[in-house]
Write a protein that binds this ligand. Structure first.
Ligand code: ZN
Length: 175
């Protein structure tokens, strides 16, 4: 059974570490971690969550875009675990968008990301995947990959005036 894990918040040093490679993908603890990440993101209305956010400093995240009160216009997809994710090519076309993070509660920041990226990762069954991601899902991938390298979205805003509260963001988003 999956369980909801506690999400670390900004200030916790684990969020600032570079995560370690996963040596044994078949370790049952990895499968358990994936199930827990999916359940934890779901319970918190997250569209993605990285292992370090639940204090497991390994190179794994879940992308789970779907509409929620936090992201009403998110596209719907099956929650997908991505192990050893790599960003291998970028479109070079940058788009700005508001991001939030379960580890930075109550805040949103305007962050530039590549609109389209080429990525690779291993599935939870150990299959190698190479695919192009665009738009919101590409944004989630780049945000989650940052987590594996100890980077949080406020590090990516170009100006401190692009960092606002979630309440103010909701006014902008739904006006
Ligand atoms: Zn995050």
């Amino acid at each position: 059974m999956s369980k909801i894990r506690q999400i670390l918040k900004v200030g916790n040093p684990i969020l600032r570490q570079r995560s370690d490679a996963i040596i044994n993908i078949a370790d049952p603890q990895i499968d358990e971690l994936i199930e827990d990440l999916i359940a934890t993101a779901d319970a918190a209305n997250g569209v993605g969550i990285a292992a370090p956010q639940v204090a497991s400093s390994v190179r794994l995240f879940v992308v789970a875009s779907r509409p929620s009160p936090r992201y009403p216009y998110a596209p719907t997809m099956q929650p997908t675990a991505m192990i050893d994710p790599q960003l291998i090519d970028r479109s070079g076309e940058m788009v700005s968008g508001w991001e939030g993070c379960l580890s930075v509660p109550g805040m949103r920041g305007l962050v530039l990301r590549d609109r389209s990226i080429e990525v690779t990762y291993l599935t939870r069954h150990g299959e190698f995947v190479q695919q192009e991601l665009t738009g919101f899902v590409a944004r989630i991938f780049q945000h989650e990959l940052d987590h594996l390298n100890g980077i949080l979205f406020p590090d990516r805003v170009s100006s401190s005036t692009d960092l606002i509260t979630e309440a103010e963001y909701l006014k902008i988003a739904f006006d």
